[in-house]
Ligand binder design. Structure first.
Ligand code: HEC
Length: 284
């Protein structure tokens, strides 16, 4: 297994820090179908582990630049964005250096003169209408259809996924809200395999960088739908927030903290059972 090893001589500010940040683009799947039920807005959480399963999922509470208020975080590796629109604006600003009304400031530090002197494309550089279109497109991208789901080894893999406790965080299904932004997505049963909550994943996955309520060890359970097609779409099978895992087995073996029991259960399986579990993940 490999781990990204980085050292900073000097950290000048957020912008530079971000350049060294190995976060991969995340898999929204069809984020429009996320479990957002306005009349039942609370994600099922268990911050004090009252059911004593060793897993204590917690929501992130984050700033929503659109409503100018705090909201539940649902997107991003640490659930640091409340909506797809905010996520898109943050990605334009942080990843591309393009300003929008929701993220109006270039974050060049005083040391980054080239960044400060670069041409500006306007103020903001990207119009609201274009940002909204990108957000609506991202909301509406379809989830891939599952492949081979009735094959016996995949059904066994699904059973093993349950048995190893993966569903403690990768909650298989939810029902969407009754007032979704796109009416076709209202009141739908969806299968994203996430609880959208933060979990302590142990020191090996920690990045030491808190984000709102998420501390350095905590990550949001990523959705697993569509991940089986990552190699076809991206031409690689790098997984986890910094892409260190090559394929599903390595991703599972990095699980620690609240997920350690699950990881140990996977490690203790017969090789053929591990293959079936991975085949199930590949079918999502
Ligand atoms: C305690 C909660 C928890 C449990 C239990 C858990 N996971 Fe995860 N899983 C996570 C979190 C959080 C991440 C993201 C970690 C990161 O990126 O550093 C993750 C990441 C993953 C990924 C990589 C996803 C991606 O987009 O890169 C896969 C695959 C995965 N888990 C499968 C499993 C399987 C299979 C099991 C059972 C053996 C399992 N998980 C058990 C919380 C959990």
């Amino acid at each position: 297994m490999r781990k990204i090893n980085e050292r900073f001589a000097v950290i000048c500010g957020n912008a530079l820090k971000r350049e060294f940040d190995h976060e991969l683009g995340e898999n929204h799947g069809s984020a429009g179908r996320n479990p957002e039920r306005p009349r039942r807005p609370d994600l099922r959480r268990d911050p004090r582990d009252e059911d004593q399963d060793g897993i204590s999922g917690e929501r992130n509470r984050v700033w929503d630049p659109e409503t100018q208020d705090m909201a539940t975080g649902r997107f991003g590796w640490k659930a640091e964005e409340p909506t797809i629109l905010a996520q898109a604006a943050a990605a334009f600003a942080g990843d591309l250096g393009v300003t929008t009304t929701l993220a109006p400031n270039d974050d060049c530090t005083e040391y980054q003169t080239a960044c400060q002197e670069a041409l500006s494309g306007g103020d903001p550089e990207f119009e609201d209408d274009l940002l909204t279109r990108i957000a609506v497109y991202s909301l509406a991208v379809a989830v891939p259809v599952r492949r081979g789901w009735e094959e016996e080894n995949l059904l066994r893999g699904k059973w093993l996924f349950n048995d190893a406790g993966c569903t403690g965080c990768h909650t298989p299904s939810h029902t969407t809200g009754v007032e979704a932004p796109i009416s076709e997505f209202e009141d739908l049963r969806i299968w994203p395999y996430t609880d959208l909550l933060l979990h302590d994943m142990g020191p090996d996955l920690a990045d030491g960088r808190p984000s709102y309520a998420a501390d350095g060890n905590e990550w949001r359970t990523p959705p697993l739908w569509g991940l089986g097609l990552v190699p076809d779409v991206n031409g690689h099978d790098n997984l986890l927030h910094d892409g260190r895992a090559r394929g599903f087995a390595e991703a599972i073996l990095w699980h620690g903290g609240e997920a350690e029991q699950s990881m140990l259960a996977f490690r203790a399986m017969e090789a053929s059972d591990r293959d079936d579990l991975v085949a199930f993940l590949e079918s999502l």
